[in-house]
Design a protein around this ligand. Structure first.
Ligand SMILES: [Fe+2]
Length: 191
């Protein structure tokens, strides 16, 4: 079993959240190497949490801290799938595990949202979202012919956070909450 990699990630983030009192800057800075270690191997993600869906991208909860200081989620993108333009309102780390992801950042200029830059994320690479340094983006699968998978760590139980999706032309926000697609969690204690 290789699920110990996820267990170690959970334990390290828990220790970090204790040590930093959940301070976002510290969670981002010291959380990056923890996530980097997890995504440097592609042999641990349970099959159910790697399954693409033909209709819509999937979000599988891998772990939520009992005090909801952080959550770890696998995002599985089918070919051509993408998110609406959205925010997070909490810090987030996006680590690429498999395939390729493209993230377009948006800035608010007067009422409209304007795309500022597009980044590609390859396996082993990490992107950061944060209310302090840029929180609005659109993410899509960078592969046209196969699924892509990224592992996200957020500074909250992300499905419990009130967030927004945006109309790019008007900049108008619409309330939004993400949902987890699984009803069971990986057994991180399996040997
Ligand atoms: Fe996002």
């Amino acid at each position: 079993m290789t699920i110990h990699r996820l267990r170690q990630c959970v334990q390290s983030f828990t220790v970090l959240a204790d040590r930093s009192s959940g301070n976002p800057e510290q969670m981002i800075a010291d959380g990056k190497p923890i996530l980097r270690e997890l995504i440097s191997h592609d042999d641990w993600l349970p099959e159910f949490a790697a399954e693409a869906n033909n209709e819509h991208y999937r979000q599988y909860l891998l772990h939520c801290d009992p005090a909801e200081r952080f959550s770890i989620v696998s995002f599985v993108w089918g070919p051509g799938q993408k998110t609406p333009i959205h925010d997070h309102t909490v810090w987030g780390l996006v680590g690429m595990l498999r395939g390729k992801e493209s993230s377009t950042r948006y800035a608010r200029i007067e009422h409209a949202l304007v795309a500022t830059n597009e980044d590609e994320l390859l396996p082993g690479e990490i992107d950061v979202v944060s209310p302090d340094s840029g929180d609005i983006h659109l993410v899509k699968n960078g592969m046209t012919d196969q699924p892509s998978i990224s592992i996200h760590v957020y500074g909250a139980n992300i499905a419990g956070v009130d967030r927004s999706v945006f109309d790019p032309k008007t900049g108008k926000a619409k309330p939004f909450r993400s949902q987890y697609n699984n009803s069971v969690l990986p057994n991180i204690w399996a040997i």
